[in-house]
Every structure is written in structure tokens, then in C-alpha cells.
Design a protein around this ligand. Structure first.
Ligand SMILES: Cc1cc2nc3c(=O)[nH]c(=O)nc-3n(C[C@H](O)[C@H](O)[C@H](O)COP(=O)(O)O)c2cc1C
Length: 176
């Protein structure tokens, strides 16, 4: 079975999650992992299943992903599919489902594609990699939410990898 794993990312945490899902699916599926960039052209015809992943920046999922979904929702609705979102708020146990995570709930309500399965995962912070403005903004957001504000750490990862693997298993069971 040919499966498309399509993602958008800033610091590659969404790619890391997609790769983990691909590895979990193993040889059971023939997966293409593709980054969706503004000029990426995707032909969905060869795929029997599609998984889209995107991350939040300043309250919104990627515009490129939204545009792709708006352009392809009819085709996406005809095949089995999944969506996962990545953000920092999802590190909180009461905000880590597509229903309780406001960004994800709003995003899914706004689009005409109805993915077969959905999930939201906590992401990671790479403070030293951000520019001054982004570092201070996200640090302030984390401080408000009582998160980790130590900008000297190269990476602060909140992703629950067992949850990612469970989702990969669910994707295989229900979608593939
Ligand atoms: C500048 C910036 C803004 C962010 N804004 C939000 C936000 O509004 N809400 C949130 O929950 N997470 C926010 N995040 C956290 C990201 O969603 C998280 O770092 C995620 O792992 C990014 O995934 P990516 O590397 O695939 O883009 C922000 C991160 C950065 C660096």
C-alpha cells in the first residue's frame, strides 16, 4: 500500500514525529515522506492513504498546509486519511486531544477535509536556534504557562513518543 506522509515544519519536530510514524509502520506500507513547501506539487492519485502533520506558530497551523487542504479536500475525503498537529499547549494533559486542544479544534472546524483519525502531540523547543524576537516571545509564552524557560538548553522536548507510536498503530489499523 502506497502512503503519503506530508508535513510542514519550522525546526523539524514535525518531521521527527513523521519519521517515527514511518519507522513504526515499517515495511507494512510503502511511505513517501514529503515536506510541503510553497511550491510543492503533489499528485494524490497514487496514494491509498494520506497522513498530514503540521505545527503551530503564534497560534496558527501552517498557511501552506491550510491551502493544500482547501485545494485537495474532495480527493482527501475519498481516501483514508489522518491528521496530527504539534504544539506546546498539548504538553498539558487537559489540552492534548484534537477536541481539547483549541488550535486543533478550530483548525479542523475550519476545513472541509474530514480526516479518518486525528491526534495532537506536544512539540519541542530549540531556544538557541531562534532569533532574538522568537526566543523571547516563546520564552514569555512558556513562562505564562509555567513551562521550561531555560534558553541555554539546546532542546526541550515534550513529545510523548509512546503516544506517537500508538497513533501510528491506530493509523495502520484504521487507515492502511
Ligand atoms: C516562535 C514560536 C512560536 C510558537 N507559538 C506557539 C503557540 O502559539 N502555541 C503553542 O502551543 N506552541 C507554539 N510554539 C511551539 C511549537 O509549536 C513547537 O516548538 C513545535 O515543536 C514546532 O514544531 P516544528 O519544529 O515542526 O515547527 C511556538 C514555537 C516558536 C518557536
Amino acid at each position: 500500500m502506497k502512503v503519503l506522509l506530508l508535513y510542514t515544519t519550522h525546526e523539524k519536530q514535525t518531521l521527527k514525529i513523521m519519521e517515527r510514524i514511518k519507522n513504526r509502520l515499517g515495511h507494512k506500507c510503502d511511505c513517501d515522506v514529503i515536506e510541503l513547501l510553497p511550491d510543492t506539487k503533489i499528485d494524490l492519485t497514487p496514494y491509498q492513504a494520506v497522513l498530514l502533520g503540521s505545527s503551530i506558530r503564534y497560534g496558527f497551523y501552517s498557511k501552506i498546509m491550510k491551502k493544500f487542504i482547501d485545494a485537495h479536500y474532495q480527493q482527501l475525503n475519498q481516501i483514508k486519511s489522518g491528521f496530527f498537529g504539534v504544539n506546546m499547549v498539548a504538553r498539558k494533559p487537559n489540552k492534548n486531544t484534537p477536541e481539547t486542544n483549541l488550535y486543533t479544534r478550530k483548525f479542523l472546524a475550519k476545513i472541509l477535509w474530514k480526516p479518518t483519525i486525528k491526534a495532537v502531540f506536544a512539540g519541542a523547543l530549540y531556544y538557541p536556534q531562534y532569533n532574538w524576537f522568537d526566543r523571547n516571545m516563546i520564552r514569555f509564552i512558556m513562562w505564562l504557562g509555567k513551562g521550561d524557560t531555560d534558553v541555554s538548553k539546546p532542546m526541550i522536548e515534550y513529545t510523548d513518543w509512546s503516544k506517537v507510536e500508538e497513533f501510528a498503530d491506530q493509523f495502520y489499523a484504521e487507515v492502511c
